[in-house]
Design a protein around this ligand. Sequence first.
Ligand SMILES: [Zn+2]
Length: 411
Amino acid sequence: MFTFAQSTTYLHCGRILDGVGGQQTNRTIVVEDGKIVRVADGFLGAAAGAKTVDLKQATVMPGFIDLHVHVESELNPKAYMERFTMDPSFVALRATSYMRKTIEAGFTTVRDLGGSGVNISLRDAINAGYVVGPRIFTAEKAIATTGGHADPSNGRNKELSFDAGPEAGVINSADEAWKAVRTRYKNGADCIKITATGGVLSVAKDGQGAQFRDDELEAIVAAAKEYGMHTAAHAHGIGGMQRAIRAGITTIEHGTLMDEETADLMIAYGTYWVPTLSAGSYVAEKAKTPGFFPPIIVPKAISIGSQQKEIFTKMYKKGVKIAFGTDSGVSPHGDNAKEFGYLVDCGVTPMDAITSATSTAAMILDQGEALGQLKAGFTADIVAVMGNPLEDIHLLEKVGFVMKDGKVVKR
Ligand SMILES: [Zn+2]
């Protein structure tokens, strides 16, 4: 892992899905020093000293990108208590196992949408080669309003509660919005996440209402732009969605209760929808286990799963642009590829589902010229599955080969 000698690998690929909707057969991808240098017709003989990998029976694709994960945690009945009992060092060490599962599932890049700051260190440790895992782009701590979804003092008794401010990601004015974004920038965030509405899983009455004023949202988007960061808004209800879209947010996360009017607004503003169908399915499933969730959450969780898919199917057909994201950390890390199946169940073609997790996701991360395509000049993040996922999308849940930055992680 700490050697930097020049290395060349020839990948003999039976089928290639290039990440932008194209499909070719019998190609050789030549990888050198972490980059794709050539995609050639037929199976080229390797130059002296170069390695060859036989993927002639496989379908080869760009490494997948999941735009919505939480690297620090995984949902379990004790999750709420963990923040009081678990040391950050333990959170970090545990997260390394989540990241191993994620990259072995074929996800070579993830966008982390909110944690405690361990996410920043984990990103840096992976980039430095100390930990095996996907390339992480992180929002560090999500930005909320007082009492909103992601106010870290929520649900505590009066002795333990506190008035969280912009440094802890809680704002109540446009000025505080600027400070919260600047604090994320100072702490090393790559992007900004806000919680535009309440949350299904928060221990709170309301999961849907809008939680930011227009001037606060506009300030967040303006500040983020100034520091070269894009923005993502968690949103279930339409009020919060519409305000966030009008403020110029880059992606709407979940978008659970989207209606026709909001879908039209998404289309008009070119906003991307990251539907996270995995989260809805998993939460609805787990709500059937007694004691998994506090009673206040159970009815919210049960109704959300079926509704989410129905609504997504309808609004996707209208033409809303989508990008791939699972909310892993709610659903288990390493199950990310199940989302492909859920998307196809809802009427997305297998090719479009794959594009949503490759070139489209890369573009949202401002990596459109580096990640998400099998093309000369792009980073050698490459995955392969046996068979043809265009005929059986569930094959993507069994990724057999993973390369990141030109290095083989799984074979
Ligand atoms: Zn999330």
